[in-house]
Design a protein around this ligand. Structure first.
Ligand code: MLC
Ligand code: AMP
Length: 512
């Protein structure tokens, strides 16, 4: 028997409602896209990609502002069977140079404003085509696609074929591309569809209020696949703005955010039970949700936020229950392993720990990625001999099965839902003139949850200016990676092995 088409787009497309003229996406600037528009536009873009003579497995990289057209490019890439590579718009030239040289995309789509330097960079690295796409729907990508037919047969793909590469920074400072397959993404989306009780358009259909960036797992996969696989309308905000979200809540039923979005919404007097009356579900993830935020949200809106836990390498792993029959939604926990996900807690020697004991979280399941792009050794290091992926998160499993994350074994700062690897930032600081060494630590922050602080030691006889260090980093690194504070210190505390004791630094400087 021939295998069926496991292309993720085929499943999303199969879930489009019968009424193709119904609204699929409504933007905050009152643009309406019907399901037919999605169908035709993805066909035209897929035909454009297909007309370029690209080899199987070609990467289509995009560094563009959030827009519905950027979403269409993602869907068209799946449809045409290529591999999507989304890149945060905050990335600067050195970061982009690395991603492009490492991923070697055949096509790069960027904003018109960045075309000059990015196309030079991409062509030098062997990229064949560079198109532009702007927030206002101008640019060569759509111009070229407009001449293409609006019919397209979805490319045949196996579940194990690559659908996307998501770069996540590494503990050594070099980013790694997590390779996600059609099967990884579809299985995860299907599990979440039933676990979170998505309501079909035939009943009182769900409407997703989409306010997250679309270059990471949360906004691109969890939110978008959720809505599309359910044939649900999306209200689309190109940027997060707390007031606009509150204005739109009465038209929506589902909202997903990182904790910072909930903190900012709580700061708005307009957030009330009345504003959230129509909502069915608020979901939080990507970073720890403080119990104060969880409780404040319950008090102000009457809704209990559902917290879940995931990673770029694995998509979603655990979730608090939606249905009462599955249990209570417990603040401070990330809920239960999702159906199909096997999650265990081990000690450093690889021995299973009893319930309630704190250790390393390891996972296995159809959602777990295929490996790091062109890094077989790194991939092998991150898996156990019996095939579990080492998340780098530290936690415990409570008696009733709830998972709690208590920390991380990886040296990582999560700031406003974005990951910052201290090693990468320290690498740049250490190259600055007059710097002997540095340590970047995460310190608590009311808005972003956690932010970076740099502690820098000067070379003998050198004088360092903290503002100058911050200014230099701003010119090189994505803005969210730049430490919010820099202090010059005499020395860094070290243990007997010579390793910098970041816990000591956090205890000393964390409250500043
Ligand atoms: C912006 N800034 C940040 C920051 N975002 N600093 C630290 N951390 C962040 N996350 C800084 C900018 O550098 C700038 O500083 C100032 O804040 C204002 O910038 P802005 O662009 O106006 O900020 P804003 O638009 O308000 O963005 C904040 C935000 C955004 C919270 C809306 O960060 C965001 O959308 N975060 C969501 C990230 C996300 O989707 N993560 C999911 C990863 S997937 P200055 O000094 O220049 O003024 C994942 C897996 C999973 O983790 O489980 O989901
Ligand atoms: P990323 O590499 O951007 O995919 O980030 C994944 C990391 O985010 C995980 O390894 C966790 O450390 C963290 N994370 C995601 N969701 C949660 C959550 N609900 N609570 C705590 N940490 C989380």
């Amino acid at each position: 028997m021939n295998p069926s088409n496991a292309n993720l787009f085929a499943a999303l497309h199969g879930a489009f409602p019968l009424d193709l003229d119904a609204v699929a996406i409504e933007t905050d600037s009152a643009l309406l896209y019907s399901w037919r528009d999605l169908e035709r536009a993805t066909a035209m873009l897929a035909n454009l990609l297909g007309s370029l003579g690209l080899p199987d497995g070609a990467r289509i990289a995009a560094q563009v502002e959030k827009s519905v057209e950027a979403l269409l490019l993602y869907l068209a890439t799946l449809r045409a069977g290529f591999v999507y590579l989304p890149l945060n718009t905050a990335y600067q030239s050195a970061e982009m140079a690395y991603f492009i040289s490492n991923a070697q995309p055949a096509v790069l789509v960027c904003t018109g404003q960045n075309f000059g330097w990015l196309s030079k960079l991409a062509f030098t690295a062997g990229t064949q085509y560079v198109f532009t796409l702007n927030e206002d729907r101008t640019g060569s990508l759509l111009e070229r696609a407009a001449a293409q037919p609006d019919q397209h047969t979805v490319a045949f793909r196996l579940a194990d074929d690559l659908a996307a590469i998501i770069y996540t920074s590494g503990t050594t400072g070099r980013s790694k591309g997590a390779m996600l397959t059609h099967g990884n993404l579809l299985s995860n989306a299907q599990v979440l569809k039933s676990y979170w009780g998505w309501r079909s358009p035939a009943e009182e259909g769900d409407v997703l209020l989409h306010a997250l960036p679309i270059f990471h797992v949360h906004g691109l996969f969890v939110a978008i696949h959720g809505a599309l696989l359910n044939g649900s309308k999306m209200i689309w905000l190109n940027q997060f703005d707390a007031k606009t979200v509150i204005d739109k809540l009465p038209e929506a039923t589902v909202f997903m955010g990182v904790p910072t979005l909930y903190v900012r919404l709580l700061a708005e007097p307009g957030l009330s039970r009345e504003a959230a009356r129509h909502m069915r579900l608020f979901i939080s993830g990507s970073a720890p949700l403080l119990i104060e935020t969880f409780k404040a949200w319950q008090e102000r809106t009457g809704h209990t936020i559902l917290e879940r836990y995931g990673m770029s390498e694995t998509a979603m792993l655990t979730s608090n229950p939606y249905f009462e029959a599955h249990g209570e939604r417990l603040g401070g926990t990330v809920g239960f392993p999702l159906p199909g996900v096997s999650l265990r807690v081990q000690d450093d020697a690889g021995q299973a720990l009893a319930g309630g004991e704190i250790g390393n979280i390891e996972v296995k399941g159809p959602n777990v990625f295929k490996g790091y792009w062109r890094m077989p050794e790194k991939t092998a290091e991150e898996f156990t001999l019996d095939g579990y992926f080492k998340t780098g998160d530290v936690g415990r499993i409570e008696a009733q099965g709830y998972v709690t994350i208590v920390g991380r074994s990886k040296d990582l700062i999560i700031s406003g839902g974005y990951n910052v690897y201290p090693a990468e930032v320290e690498g740049y600081i250490n190259e600055l003139p007059g710097v002997a060494e540095s340590a970047v630590i995460g310190v608590p922050h009311a808005d972003f949850g956690e932010v970076g602080m740099a502690l820098v030691v000067a070379k003998v006889g050198a004088r360092l200016d903290p503002d100058q260090i911050i200014a230099s980093l701003r010119a090189t690194l994505a803005n969210f990676k730049v430490p919010k504070q820099c202090l010059i210190v005499k020395e860094l505390p070290r243990n007997s092995m010579g390793k910098v004791q970041k816990n000591v630094l956090r205890a000393q400087f964390g409250k500043l």
